[in-house]
Each structure stands twice: as C-alpha cells, then as structure tokens.
Design a protein around this ligand. Structure first.
Ligand code: ZN
Length: 209
C-alpha cells in the first residue's frame, strides 16, 4: 500500500511526478482539479454540486472536496494506494484527510522562487479540460494546441510573473504550518525539485525508499 501526498508550490512539477509515480506503482493519481472535473462529468450528485461552484468560478468548499475525495478513495483503482496532488493545502485540510485515510509519505517539492517564476511564465493551459503544458519542458505536440482536444492554449492571468510572486507568498504563508505538522509526524521528506523530470523522478524514488 502506497499512500503518498505531494506538497509544493504551483509550478514545482508535482503533477508530472504524480502521474509517473501512479503509473510506476500502479496506484491512483488523485489531483483535486481532475477529480472535481471527473465527478462533474459523471454527473454524480456530489459532482453536480461541485460543478455549480466551478461554473460560477467559485472555490469548491472543503467539505465537498473531501466528500468527493472519500468517494474516489473507495474506487477500485485506489485500492493499492494513491498519490494525492494538490491536497491538502492547509492544516485544517490535513486533519480532515487524516480522518478518512492514513498517509505514509509526504514529499515536499522544494524549488527556488526564481526557477518557479521562470517555469510558470512558460506555462500554458487548456481552458476546456485543464491540461497544463510548459513551452520548454513539456510542450504540446502541436504548438499552441491541447494534446487531448486541440483547443488553443492560453496563459492564465495567474501565471504572469507578478501574479506568480503573489501566489508564492500566499502559498508559503499557508503551507509552512502544514509542513511543520507533517514534519512533527515524521512523514515529511524534502525533494529538490529543480532539474529535469528524470532527475526529480530519481529523487522521488529515493525519498520513498
Ligand atoms: Zn484540452
């Protein structure tokens, strides 16, 4: 059983590593964004409720995210474990998570701010399915178009340099107590998240050993 949480600022490469880990270990990749979109697409009662918030551009409330996560953890592909990407973000969410499942490993993706700003300014997103690309490290197959559905990619307003610096400051403020919590529980390992996808993957494997 592998129950893994990935923490780190936006742009640290968690999503890419989470996908690889899930494939390598045969466990579920649980990204809150994907999970909410999938539940909405399936039209479950929780999914429809989440969809109502997302359509209005509102944050989906914690309790609802947690219910969807609980449902997802019960599904067959999550029975060998999971890698959770994008959740928890706060100490309160970590406590909620602990009520529905134990966690064995928490990996914190640490990366210098200058590298992040550089990376995020190269980021492009698909407005339809939320796929994220990087012009340098993870370009789409056809320039400017989503691999999954061919939609023209956009730079989200929150991926500009100024917005990125603000987001990172907010992230740090919220996350430091979360790191302290997991450190106290002896679960936290830090992974240097600079370098190539392969290099980071090797460090992730090392940290899980
Ligand atoms: Zn797309």
């Amino acid at each position: 059983m592998h129950r893994i949480v990935l923490l780190g600022p936006p742009g640290a490469g968690k999503g890419t590593q989470a996908k690889r880990l899930a494939t390598e270990l045969g466990i579920a990749h649980l990204s809150t964004g994907d999970m909410l979109r999938a539940a909405a697409a399936q039209g479950t009662s929780l999914g429809r409720e989440a969809d109502g918030y997302m359509r209005r551009g509102l944050l989906v409330p914690d309790a609802l995210v947690l219910s969807i996560l609980r449902e997802r953890l019960a599904s067959p592909d999550a029975q060998r474990g999971f890698v959770l990407d994008g959740y928890p973000r706060t100490v309160a969410q970590a406590h909620s998570l602990a009520e529905i499942t134990p966690v064995e490993h928490v990996l914190y993706f640490e990366i210098p701010e200058s590298v992040l700003v550089e990376r995020l300014s190269q980021r492009r997103s698909c407005p339809v399915d939320g796929s994220v690309y990087n012009l340098v490290t993870q370009p789409p197959r056809v320039p400017g178009r989503c691999d999954r559905d061919g939609t023209p990619l956009i730079q989200r307003p929150d991926d500009t340099e100024e917005a990125v610096r603000t987001r990172l400051a907010v992230y740090r403020e919220v996350t430091v107590p979360l790191l302290d919590l997991y450190r106290t529980q002896g679960l936290l390992r830090t992974v240097a998240a600079g370098g190539s996808v392969e290099e980071v993957a090797a460090r992730v494997r090392e940290a899980l050993r």
